[in-house]
Design a protein around this ligand. Structure first.
Ligand code: ATP
Ligand code: MG
Length: 544
């Protein structure tokens, strides 16, 4: 089932790689029914509740339950092409809802539980969702929005009837547990996933069923060949984001790797280590922000017994400091990967076959043509800064932004999808992330990425988190300004600010050190844990 052969060289991996995308393909069938038919009792999902209860679901369980739900939705008039919202944290019903709606040929919209009414109204209105499957919290939020959402005719709640929502389990029980899936083509739409909204209003990326196959090489590579005997995966990233849904839940189910689901009331470093230990997690996707929180615990290896085989990280710059910490803590090299909601998992490291280069994300994942291009869409020479771009067609690439043909057009130059990220490629095809185009700092004629400076700042023993931006400056165009969250027991002072600035000055080039250092209690972050540098930039400009 794995797409990549196990080999010991990157060359072998890429040379013989050919996509095999069948004409007909359905994600729901591929991640559930396919296994249920050949190995029904195989463990698919492990639900670890906050109170300590653990429930295990086999593929046969998921098939039976998703069939019941598919019949129920069909009964309520949901048809192929209709949109179905899934508003739940990590829990079995969320997986079952996706599988059921996809088998029905509907398009699912993963929605994040922390979204407020405005965010939900925007997404459900924009996508014209006909049905939503949610929990009690979601039902309360949606109850006030029904007037604004004329298309939304069906609302089910996984915690029993609540606030105008019907009891999901009660209604499912009355339905047949056999269902004939709708035969979707691999190019048919399957999901609308909204971007993180780091740079502005989130955009709904419409993906086809093939997007799952498009993810597999990157998922396999970033976990040193995911799908080994005993593999068992977990991520704190919510399944409402591409990083939780298509980098973990769906590909793991496809590969037959059990997924541990957990809904933390609040993510804490302690809870994360405890879960890794208690559920014998072998593979984890831990975004850099989660790693930075976990890093604040002293000597975790003395408190927890871990048996992790692979850790993948992405969504933000990983950097040397976190890689070093990962080696000490997990005894392995964290693999960085790169992508975006529109076109994901296209660059990766893979410690099993190539030595990590801290500060460099990795190389093109087999099957994807990734390059750095200039403004005209021409590949830039080695080492020259340009925009990271992906050549189309590519099975992992989105179909377009939902209801926004203009934005879709702007995303491409010729056959290249432009990521909007600045990077650099070397002669061996390693790709360095410099920064989002808007985040790159121009100072005294140099173009500087914030990631490298943030990574260096993290090495200072007093620093917990760092966000770096350019602050307008008459003489130098911009100067580097660092916003720092100190570790909990450290007092801010001017002397410490100076010490931190010179700490960077002696480690990086002189033009890269932060001429200004400000201490803050927290950095502005998206719900996915990404630093919103745009906000820091506005703050820096306002200080002028
Ligand atoms: P929006 O497009 O709404 O502003 P967003 O770009 O943050 O939000 P996502 O699609 O979730 O939404 O994030 C993709 C972006 O995350 C990439 O374009 C890139 O800027 C950043 N990113 C992803 N992986 C990495 C990585 N390994 N290193 C640095 N940045 C990364
Ligand atoms: Mg983006």
């Amino acid at each position: 089932m794995r797409l990549l052969p196990e080999t010991n060289s990157y060359g072998n991996l890429t040379e013989n790689f050919v996509w095999q995308i069948p004409e007909k393909f359905n994600i729901g069938v591929a991640i559930c029914d396919a296994w249920a038919d050949k190995d029904p009792d195989r463990e698919a999902l492990v639900f670890a509740e906050d109170g300590g209860d653990v429930t295990s679901y086999s593929y046969a369980d998921l098939k039976r339950l998703s069939n019941q739900l598919a019949n129920l939705l069909k009964d309520r008039g949901v048809q192929p092409g209709d949109r179905v919202g899934v508003l739940m944290p990590q829990r079995p019903e969320a997986a079952i809802a996706h599988i059921a709606a996809l088998k029905l040929g509907a398009i699912t919209i993963p929605l994040f539980t922390l979204f407020g009414e405005e965010a939900l109204s925007y997404r459900l209105g924009n996508s014209g969702a006909k049905a939503v499957i949610t929990d009690e919290n979601g039902a309360v939020k949606l109850s006030g929005l029904r007037d604004q959402l004329p298309h939304l005719s069906t609302l089910f709640c996984a915690d029993g009837a609540a606030e105008g929502a019907e009891d999901l389990w009660g209604h499912m029980r009355g339905h047949e547990d056999t269902f004939t899936p709708f035969e979707t083509r691999s190019d048919d739409p399957a999901l609308i996933i909204y971007t993180s909204g780091t740079t502005g209003q989130p955009k709904g990326a419409l993906h086809a069923h093939r997007v799952l196959l498009g993810h597999l090489p990157g998922v396999e590579m970033s976990h040193d060949f995911l799908g080994q005997p005993g593999d068992r995966i977990w991520t704190p990233a919510d399944w409402a984001w591409i990083g939780g849904l298509l980098d973990v839940l769906m590909p793991a189910l496809y590969l037959g790797v059990p997924v541990v689901a957990c809904r933390f009331r609040k993510f804490t470093a302690e809870a994360a280590f405890q879960l890794l230990q208690d559920h014998k997690i072998r593979n984890a996707f831990l975004p850099p922000t989660a790693l930075k929180m976990m890093r604040q615990i002293e000597a975790p290896q003395d408190r927890w017994t871990l048996n992790v085989r692979s850790v993948a990280s992405g969504g933000e710059t990983l950097g040397a400091e976190l890689i070093d910490w990962g080696r000490r803590t997990f005894g392995l090299t964290i693999n960085e990967f790169y992508g975006q909601t529109e076109c994901n998992m296209i660059v990766s490291s893979c410690a099993a076959i190539m030595e990590a280069r801290p500060g460099v994300m990795g190389r093109a994942v087999p099957g994807h043509q990734v390059d750095v291009v200039d403004e005209a869409g021409k590949p830039a020479p080695d080492g020259v800064l340009g925009t990271i771009a992906v050549k189309s067609p590519d099975p992992v690439m989105f179909l377009g932004y939902w209801n926004n043909a203009d934005a879709t057009r702007r995303k491409f130059t010729g056959e290249w999808l432009l990521t909007g990220d600045t990077g650099q490629r070397d002669a061996d095809g390693w790709i360095r992330f410099v920064g989002r185009d808007d985040d790159v700092i121009t100072s005294s004629g140099y173009r500087i990425g914030p990631g490298e400076i943030e990574d260096c700042l993290l090495k200072h023993p007093a620093v917990a988190m760092a966000g770096v931006v350019g602050k307008p400056d008459q003489r130098r165009t911009e100067i580097v300004k660092a916003y720092i969250v100190l570790k909990s027991d450290i007092e801010p002072s001017d002397a410490l600010a100076e010490e931190i600035a010179s700490f960077v000055k002696i480690r990086l080039a002189a033009h890269e050190y932060p001429r200004e250092v400000a201490f803050v209690d927290a950095l502005p972050m998206t719900t996915t844990g990404k630093v919103i540098r745009k906000e820091l930039r506005a703050r820096a400009e306002a200080e002028e």
